[in-house]
Write a new protein. Structure first.
Length: 344
């Protein structure tokens, strides 16, 4: 990568480039054998918005059969239900699971025994095991609130690898123990969860690899981003292609060198771009980037395609669309806005 490439300072306007479509294949992710889906596209708080979607931030990335979930906003409810369907006994529905849970709770059964009771219920196809990675940018409430609504976490047939950094001295496992599955926040305690879980705590500038069933290793690079209580960006490199995921981060001065490094030449960038210039006037220090600043980073890093997500709860359709258009016009990089249930 080349950080000496020209960029423009923060307050300087960039002349608009023509808005013609950039030549990026609609099936780029298919070529990469990688797919993704947005289950929650709102930042900060969930809202009721049937057009773009109201769930808080949560999306998947799939490399071969390896399923990675990014952050556990309220969109986790839908991911959990989709995954549960895969390992229910034929003829069983999610509603049957809900009714079982309801009967179990109203019978005042011991919550500690819930995992075994699920196995005994006959609802689960005991041949099917579910494997999933859950990766965290950070653990602010909008990125965490859906974890307890993720039904597979209560099943002994589920294996979850958690990945995350340190946040104010706490690991992801400690956050789960002390802030999610703990009384009086939630009736099921962390030690009662029936799923099998591992927790990996990475360092701020860590690099590691993951196995992929269709060949090769997925190289993962982590870099810290500018956000209250710390957030981390990810860069995945696999088979010569790159997917970058940068959720909550705020620009500082001209640009954030780490963001440019994560985005550099990426095939796809999934990023927040929460504010326009007007909103940012009253939200400096909240930890989110403007469309103009995102465009400056894109102009320098030159990714091939950007998806904006983590839309502000106050942003209506017109603003979400305008933010993506601003990035595209100013950087020349094709930019689309994420909508709930959209695949990519
Ligand atoms: Zn957030
Ligand atoms: Zn945050």
């Amino acid at each position: 990568m080349n950080l000496t490439r020209k960029y423009l300072p923060f307050h300087e306007d960039i002349m608009a480039k023509p808005t013609g479509p950039v030549d990026v294949s609609q099936t780029l992710m298919n070529i990469l054998n990688t797919t993704g889906k947005f289950y929650g596209v709102r930042g900060s708080f969930g809202i009721n918005d049937p057009r773009i979607g109201g769930h808080t931030t949560c999306h998947t990335l799939k490399f071969g059969k390896r399923l990675i979930i990014f952050d556990t906003g309220s969109g986790m409810i839908d991911i959990g239900n989709e995954l549960m369907k895969q390992y229910l006994t034929p003829g069983t529905t999610i509603r049957d699971v809900d009714m079982f849970l309801n009967r179990y709770m109203t019978a005042k059964s011991r919550i500690e025994d819930l995992g075994n009771a699920m196995v005994d219920s006959g609802l689960l196809n005991l041949e099917e095991e579910l494997y999933v990675d859950i990766m965290y940018s950070h653990v602010h409430m909008d990125h965490l609130m859906g974890l307890a609504a993720f039904k597979p976490i209560f099943s002994p047939k589920t294996h979850i690898n958690f990945f995350g950094g340190m946040h104010d001295g706490m690991t992801i496992e400690e956050v789960s123990q002390r802030n999610v599955f703990v009384h009086p926040i939630f009736p099921v305690k962390h030690e009662w969860l029936a799923s099998k879980r591992t927790y990996t705590t990475f360092k701020p500038e860590d690099e590691f690899t993951l196995d992929c069933d269709i060949g090769g290793k997925i190289a993962v690079k982590i870099l810290p981003m500018n956000h209250p209580n710390q957030s981390y960006g990810y860069r995945f490199e696999w088979a010569g292609n790159v997917v970058a995921v940068t959720l909550d981060h705020e620009h500082d001065h001209e640009y954030d060198r780490n963001i440019v490094e994560l985005w550099d030449g990426a095939s796809i960038v999934v990023t927040e771009a929460q504010y326009d210039q007007e909103m940012y006037k009253t939200r400096k220090g909240f930890g989110h980037i403007t469309a103009r600043a995102a465009a400056r980073h894109a102009q320098t890093a030159q990714p091939k395609l950007i998806y904006t997500t983590h839309h502000d709860p106050d942003a209506d359709f017109a603003l979400v669309e305008a933010i993506a258009r601003t990035i595209q016009v100013r950087s020349g990089v094709e930019t689309r806005y994420a909508m709930q249930n959209m695949t990519f």
